[in-house]
Design a protein around this ligand. Structure first.
Ligand code: ADP
Length: 190
């Protein structure tokens, strides 16, 4: 299996790039944000549990998130590999992912980050909020809270993967196609 973690701040373009990469490398795309939003929309038990966190732009607790992620991976055992989008977002999640993948005889192949300046991204999210219907994209305070969560809890993952020699970064500013090419260059070299 080739398992890629797509990494980046809110609005960095992970979802957009994932659509191309999953086709190109025949990967199963798992976006934790999308799975959570599906559960919110359908008002499932999980949806009820995560709504308060998501609407505020807070991270959902690790235990709930990891359980959901493992359930998702287990639905797709017959695959070339997984493109993880939005997971892991804390050290505890990264440790849980390593343990889980190791239990199925696999591992994270590489982490690729999309880099971009906060102020550009915040503008992008406010634009997206006009049409996405996402409550967490419509209010600058909630967006800034997501960046605080990122800086405090998610940014340390760069060091975590760098220590394992698995961290790569590409410039996330440019056309969608340019960025796909940058990401592909990294993946083709793995
Ligand atoms: P963005 O990257 O734009 O913030 P996502 O769709 O990846 O959007 O995530 C939206 C929200 O879903 C997050 O703010 C958080 O509440 C929740 N979420 C998604 N993935 C995780 C995760 N790995 N851990 C905790 N919460 C998560």
């Amino acid at each position: 299996m080739i398992n890629i973690v797509l990494f980046g701040k809110p609005g960095a373009g992970k979802g957009t790039q994932a659509e191309f990469l999953k086709e190109k490398y025949k990967l199963t795309h798992i976006s934790t944000g999308d799975v959570f939003r599906f559960n919110l929309k359908n008002d499932t038990e999980l949806g009820k549990q995560v709504r308060v966190y998501m609407d505020a732009g807070d991270l959902v607790p690790d235990e709930l998130t990891t359980k959901m992620l493992i359930d998702e991976v287990n639905k797709h055992t017959d695959t070339n590999g997984v493109l993880f989008d939005g997971y892991p977002r804390t050290i505890s999640q990264a440790v849980a992912l390593d343990a889980f993948l190791s239990s199925i005889g696999s591992k994270v192949t590489a982490t690729v980050a999309l880099e971009a300046d906060d102020e550009i991204l915040i503008k992008r999210l406010l634009e997206r909020g006009k049409t996405s219907g996402r409550i967490d994209d419509q209010d600058e305070d909630k967006i800034r809270n997501r960046y605080d969560e990122y800086n405090e809890k998610t940014a340390p993952l760069m060091q975590y993967y760098n220590d394992q020699g698995k961290f790569h970064a590409v410039n996330g500013i440019g056309s969608v196609q340019e960025i796909t090419e940058r990401l592909s260059a990294v993946i083709d070299n793995l």
